[in-house]
Design a protein around this ligand. Structure first.
Ligand SMILES: [Mn+2]
Length: 512
């Protein structure tokens, strides 16, 4: 790609093959010294078995997993500690201490687009957070008897099977899974049904912790329900406690978030650089995805929005099948997933490479609101719902100042009008899921080590006669991913161009 020299000079960090390699090497070095005690200090259960297992390990895929880690950036010890924290949180939630607790966290099962044609497998985030295990249809069970202070963790996995492995690739199997995932015991998934019935029947009165509403694996749903009926166990949902844990990132998770945000940022820059009149939205989407994958992401975080002109006023436009018009702006909302951690970025830029007068007015208005909202996150640690109120107020006032909204309306009316122009929320938590930890309310104040998006927008439909004509048919969104710290918030996507002069310097400078 030719224009890369210019872009590298301009930004010093645009993705090239070379810079990605350097980044990864630096990262691997950092990881192996920072969080990993020397082997001699590890207890016997914390070793990564050599040999081929069902997922990448530091022995078989040293280019993906740093030495001594179970998954990139996360040690077996960290996964074990998460399980311990969850068990103690859940026990603390139930009044009666004389109860046994059985916690069931299923992995995702494979999904098919048509007969025998699977979608790319995506592990269930709750299950992955507690195990680091990438196997479909596995099940984590933790049993805490009323009579003991300790709990036992059992991982149900698919056992070795030469016929299945001939088709699908190697499995970890029960013999190795307990060591690899640092659990007390590994059993074949086929044993789960009997195991659960026996355990629940033998431990009355018991609490069965299981997320019943949207089952991650419908195949075991009936087993759980029949255990409940027979064993007279009380059903409780572990997800709220789990999401409270997930919403606050560990130091290792923060590093993973930095990585995914950096890759997403550079990939949006590349999409910006490849934007020219007549190019298709589809091509821009492909540039984004290609750059993400070449830089170490597994795939996109979600189907990207690549919307030229008035199509940007449809907030979830994903058809991406139109050609770009030089008079239009282009809105992208895209992100990538690296080791299951997601970035989520929106940018809007002129197809021609130069903002028109009215586009620039609207763009700078949204940009100043977005920057102010990031400051407010640091100054006031508001709940995300409060940040949304701030956005409506700020947008309303700015639009009034520019003469886009009338001056003779009261504050409530103004906020209402702003809300109609930006009908989506301004923020969500970000992490293993794009809309991360959904059970954590957006009414709770943000705190250090949360990662949240800040994404104000304005969408003026082509037929919106309440707004001056020259501003109609435009959608603008600017979205960054922000790490809350004890001090100022850190914009993890700050490598992604958003100032007018930076955007104008990049757009169109790269040949596809
Ligand atoms: Mn978002």
């Amino acid at each position: 790609m030719n224009g890369i020299k210019y872009l590298s000079l301009r930004f010093g960090k645009l993705v090239t093959k070379n810079s990605t390699r350097v980044l990864r090497q630096k990262y691997l070095r950092q990881m192996s010294t920072m969080q990993n005690p020397p082997d001699s200090e590890l207890k016997p259960q914390f070793t990564i078995p050599k040999g081929i297992v069902g997922q990448p390990t530091c022995h078989t895929h040293p280019h993906l997993v740093p030495h001594g880690h179970l998954t990139c950036g996360i040690t077996q010890m960290e996964y074990k500690e998460r399980r311990e924290v969850l068990v103690s949180k859940l026990i603390g939630e139930v009044d009666n201490v004389h109860r046994s607790h059985v916690i069931v966290i299923p992995a995702a099962r494979k999904q098919y687009m048509s007969d025998k044609i699977p979608y790319v497998f995506r592990q269930n985030s709750d299950f992955f957070y507690l195990t680091g295990c990438l196997e479909p249809s596995a099940i984590l069970v933790m049993v805490k008897p009323a009579t003991r202070d300790t709990y036992k963790s059992i991982l149900f996995v698919h056992d070795k099977d030469s016929h299945a492995e001939l088709w699908e690739g190697p499995r970890t199997g029960c013999n190795v899974a307990a060591t690899l995932f640092a659990v007390d015991e590994a059993q074949p998934v086929d044993n789960f049904n009997n195991f659960l019935h026996r355990t629940v029947a033998a431990s009355k009165p018991s609490v069965l912790w299981y997320h019943n509403e949207t089952p991650a694996n419908p195949d075991i749903h009936e087993t759980i329900r029949s255990s409940l009926r027979q064993g007279q166990a009380a059903l409780e949902d572990p997800q709220r406690a789990l999401h409270q844990m997930r919403v606050v990132k560990s130091p290792a998770e923060v590093e993973l978030m930095k990585e995914t945000c950096y890759i997403g940022s550079q990939s949006v820059n590349m999409a910006m650089a490849c934007t020219k009149p007549g190019v298709s939205e589809h091509a821009i989407s492909s540039v984004f995805e290609y750059t993400c994958r070449m830089s170490g992401a597994e795939h996109g975080a979600f189907p990207p929005v690549v919307a030229g002109g008035p199509r940007a006023t449809h907030i979830h436009y994903v058809a991406n099948n139109q050609l770009l018009d030089p008079r239009d702006m282009l809105l992208i909302d895209a992100g990538c997933q690296r080791w299951l951690y997601n970035s989520d970025i929106s940018r809007t830029w002129p197809v021609s490479g130069k903002f028109s007068k009215h586009h620039r007015i609207l763009y700078e208005l949204v940009l100043s609101v977005q920057k102010r909202l990031i400051e407010l996150l640091g100054e006031q640690r508001p709940a995300l719902d409060q940040l949304f109120d701030h956005m409506c107020r700020l947008l309303g006032t700015s639009l009034q100042q520019e003469g886009i909204l009338p001056k003779n309306i009261d504050t409530n009316e103004l906020i209402g009008r702003a809300y109609r122009l930006c009908p989506h929320h301004v923020s969500h938590y970000l992490g293993l899921d794009v809309h991360d930890a959904p059970l954590v309310r957006r009414r709770v104040p943000v705190c250090a080590n949360m990662v949240v998006t800040v994404e104000p927008g304005i969408y003026i439909r082509p037929d919106d006669t309440t707004v001056p004509e020259e501003f109609r048919g435009v959608g603008i969104r600017i979205e960054d991913d922000v790490l809350i710290t004890e001090g100022d918030p850190i914009v993890l996507t700050d490598a992604c161009a958003k100032e007018v002069h930076d955007i104008e310097a990049i757009v169109g400078k790269q040949n596809i």
